[in-house]
Design a binder for this molecule. Structure first.
Ligand SMILES: NC(=O)c1ccc[n+]([C@@H]2O[C@H](COP(=O)([O-])OP(=O)(O)OC[C@H]3O[C@@H](n4cnc5c(N)ncnc54)[C@H](O)[C@@H]3O)[C@@H](O)[C@H]2O)c1
Length: 420
């Protein structure tokens, strides 16, 4: 057992172990990397602090990094996303110190981040840039030891790029989200499926025939719209970017401003990375019984303080639902406290997409080490060859083969003289 940790209940370890093994079956690329890592030990002697959603898939990443020689600790990257049984299994069977309890309050959340940083890491691994922000603001004594960091999600990458642009980033960061094998799959198919899963588990409402309003038409929201449509919903998309709005319109969805959509929607899902996408004006226009939830990184997309102010009563009709009763009796149902609904009331992304995201994470750590001293204090994407290799391994695991360019085709594609 790990010496130091803060988890809910160590007795949940066996259940966690079963779920980790189940997830592993769907993670063939990470499994192959783990095998290579255990032979080559590319992370030997490297201390790592990870701040990720503590799920069965993350556990498989932790085990791959450990097999590569890393001495790793893990803290939650969201107060509601921890799977307590998985946390227990990592502590009990892999001797990995974990600091994560589902439902932890903000003070505990930040204490857990602190505990992860007390490990004095060479590499930090973030999902939302929390560790990097803490190092740069409060833990500057860790900077000399730090080789670099990896970042999982869009919101984190946006923040890190802002830091690099302002010249305050003091080490290199690999933006895992920039890999195509990450955002094209994890954000789209992963968030698409698991967000609907979260809504259904929290409410058990029928999606067919409902009007579902999806805020944003980026990678995540595209997946959400696609899957809700597949379940028989009428989709409305709201956007602030004219190209994305046009794309949504040509994909066959209605597009309009949120305040108009607010009057007709039954279910509202935000996934924009932006603040107050649903605000008081929208709540005031909503129908009785409207369901609102968020799948973007932070719980700021829905203006919950405005909803609190407008409500005369707050009830809890089911787990994961806060029902706000407005002065005229209309009820607005907020799911999962406005936090990532796919992790709050469901289990996060399916393992098969996290296989690709976490293969990128594992290779990003290796990349930071093989390029130590050569990288500037900037945000980098992994080289396209790494992305291609992950896709190749995944296709092979799925039993899919593809065509290979002939020599004549290579020549043709590199020439400009041949034509009509
Ligand atoms: N739930 C999950 O498990 C999960 C997984 C991956 C990413 N994320 C998070 O989801 C969020 C979106 O990620 P993404 O990869 O889709 O980003 P993206 O940049 O591809 O898309 C965001 C879209 O939102 C639009 N937008 C911004 N402000 C808006 C507003 N006020 N109204 C309507 N649209 C608006 C942008 O124009 C853009 O098209 C981020 O916070 C990201 O970190 C969550």
């Amino acid at each position: 057992m790990a010496k130091d940790f803060d988890i809910k209940d160590i007795k949940l370890a066996d259940e966690g172990m079963r779920r980790i093994a189940w997830a592993e079956q769907e993670m063939p690329v990470l499994r192959q990397l783990r095998e290579r890592f255990s032979k080559e030990r590319p992370l030997e002697g490297i201390k790592m602090s990870a701040c990720l959603h503590v799920t069965a898939e993350t556990a498989n990443l932790m085990r791959a990094l450990q097999a590569g020689g890393a001495d790793i600790v893990l803290a939650a990257s969201n107060p509601l996303s921890t799977q307590d049984d998985v946390a227990a299994a990592l502590v009990q069977y892999d001797e990995i110190p974990v600091y994560a309890i589902k439902g932890e309050d903000n003070a505990t959340y930040y204490n857990h981040l602190k505990a992860a940083l007390d490990h004095a890491p060479h590499i930090t691994m973030d999902d939302g840039a929390d560790l990097v922000s803490a190092v740069l603001k409060d833990r500057r004594e860790l900077l000399p030891n730090l080789i670099g960091s990896t970042e999982e999600t869009t919101t984190g990458v946006i923040r890190l790029r802002a830091m690099a642009n302002q010249g305050v980033l003091e080490f290199p960061v690999i933006a895992v989200n920039d890999s195509q094998t990450k955002h094209l799959f994890d954000n789209r198919y992963g968030t698409g499926q698991s967000t609907l899963d979260g809504i259904i588990r929290a409410t058990n409402v029928l999606i067919a025939g409902k009007t579902v309003v999806v805020a944003g038409y980026g990678w995540c929201s595209k997946g959400i719209a696609m899957r809700a449509h597949g379940l028989g919903a009428n989709i409305i998309v709201t956007e602030i970017d004219s190209i994305k709005a046009l794309e949504a319109a040509m994909d066959g969805f209605r597009v309009m401003p949120m305040v108009e959509a607010a009057r007709i929607g039954d279910i509202f899902i935000t996934a924009t990375g932006d603040i107050h996408v649903l605000d008081g004006e929208d709540f005031a226009a909503m129908k009785d019984g409207a369901i609102v939830c968020n799948s973007g990184h932070f719980n700021v997309e829905i203006d919950i303080p405005a909803l609190e102010k407008m409500a005369v009563e707050k009830k809890q009709p089911r787990e994961f639902i806060d029902q706000y009763v407005l002065a005229d009796g209309r009820r607005i149902n907020l799911l999962g406290e406005g936090r990532l609904i796919n992790l709050a009331s469901a289990e996060g992304h399916p393992s098969a997409v996290m296989d690709q995201s976490f293969a990128n994470q594992a290779l990003a750590s290796e990349y930071l080490l093989t390029n130590k001293g050569k990288l500037e204090n900037k945000v980098y994407a992994l080289p396209v060859e790494v992305d291609q290799e992950i896709a190749r391994l995944k296709l092979a695991a799925m039993g899919i083969s593809i065509d290979i360019l002939t020599e004549a085709q290579v020549t043709y594609l590199n020439s400009w003289e041949e034509g009509t």
